[in-house]
Design a protein around this ligand. Sequence first.
Ligand code: GCU
Length: 614
Amino acid sequence: MYKQILFSLCAVAFLACNRTKTVSTEKAETGVCPQITNIQARCSTSLDGEWNYIVDIYGAGYLDYRRNPVSVKNSFFRDRGFYGHQKELIEYDFDAAPTLHVPGDWNTQKPELYYYEGTVWYRTLFHQKKKPGCRYFLYFGAVNYEAVVGLNGEVLGKHTGGYTPFNFEVTGKLADEKNSLVVLVDNARRFENVPTVNFDWWNYGGITRSVLLVETPETFIRDYCVQLKKDDPGIISGWIQLDGPDAEQQVCVDIPELEAGVQVRTDANGYARFEFAASPELWSPESPKLYSVAVSSESDRVEDRIGFRSIETRGTQVLLNGKPVILRGVSVHEESPFGAGGRATNKEDAVQTLQWAKDMNCNFVRLAHYPHNETMVRTAEEMGLMVWSEIPVYWTIDWKNPETYANAENQLVENITRDRNRANIVIWSVANETPVEAEGRLEFLSSLMGKARSLDDTRLVSAAMEKKALGGGRMTVNDPELVKIADLISFNQYVGWYDGDADKCDTITWEFDVEKPVFISEFGGGALAGRHGDRTERFTEEYLEYLYQKNVDMLSRIPGFAGCSPWILKDFRSPRRMLPGIQDDYNRKGLVSEKGVKKSAYFVMQDWYSSLKK
Ligand code: GCU
């Protein structure tokens, strides 16, 4: 907590020093400007590559020896090496510092940073030939967990949340020659954070996704929504948001393959809604059709690849394009399937991971427990995989803290803003396994669900809840209030692992008070790939295979069963998993090992899902 105050104060100090000479104790202005969407289609320069870094355990780069924030010019944001050698005493030098690759976590790049949690300074130098009349933005795909960003010795602002994009406008702040970009990253876990201090995955820190310098016209198309009109599949509707001084412009949406489109005029706020008749081939896992869509204004043009589909529930059924669908899913963490693991960052990571899901006959992936990188979502869309997208409101959040709620809501908004045009996202999830009895929790989650629906009323909204026993082998979901608000009865259950043995599955019957689709968002158990023994011996492949067989039988008996996403596709790192010789920092519930070996339980799911295919 103390460090958090200091970190925020430091950010305030840096920000305040740029505007006033007194340090405000108000919450730091973030300085982040509205998110630019479809970033891959923009004119940009990649700043990925080798960045110099300085590990700063005690905050010496921004705090004096009494731990008071220093001024920017006395902080590492000044980037001494950039200004050349000075007579004054300076005890750091980015030019002489080692490098980390961006994008990427520091934990798997440097053995000495494997467990590191705290602050690390990153610095890169870049040139940019500025064009008159253009605007410039620094775009970060994600930084875990908190980032204070400085350019040429000036602090631009701070972003909190480790899994969603953010950008700062730097028009007029770029130097003609070399630019020094300095980012102070802090991945320390804190009670008031989202997620909070305890979670079952590795706290990979760093600039974990790409960094871009984006060039736009003075007035540009910042954001848009193009999708099938809710409850009217013969209409494509949406809106366009311009950003810049020339707000009122003719704007067009054009889908050449459909010979359909529209021209409208934006209002004084640069905003326009539209709709037009069209009969697109609908996106589905079996036919993941994407259309080239051009959105243009009098001064800008962006192209995107967009699919069109509807998703809704009717009674206990989930309907995709009006037809019942069983969500044949699997849960996935954002971890590379190659080499040292660490944060997945690129197309190759996404294709390999999602191909394991496709080979298992999946049509759905739960991207747990936080928004994955945009490449993962877009690759899943191309490969015909529906997505459960989730923000990391995980376990014992600080429910009564308004800043914690604001952080969670901001991560939800940033997630929906980035991905609202991805047809394969069918569920926005606002939480995972949160304590139903915690004071303030229901209000917190129902507010998030309301926010999600206010931003996007075309998708399902839910959360991963938990189960409870009713006695006599009867079980139900343990969330009587939230399940009334959610679109799904979605919950995690571990009968056979945390709750009895696999044979217990035979004794369970499930019942629910509400008439909604039932989605089992987690089930499973652990096994070390290649460890064999009797099916009663935990962590053997035989135990896991039998557990899956028994769970499949049990799930098949659930009234209103609409799908599941067993936990989890691949073994993943977690500091909570310390059993020597078996876990060794890995959660072993993967159906595939971290080396890509498919455990025998994988084939139980592959066979079952094959039988569920219509
Ligand atoms: C929980 C939780 C997961 C966790 C899993 C486990 O259900 O949602 O994040 O990894 O159980 O215990 O392995």
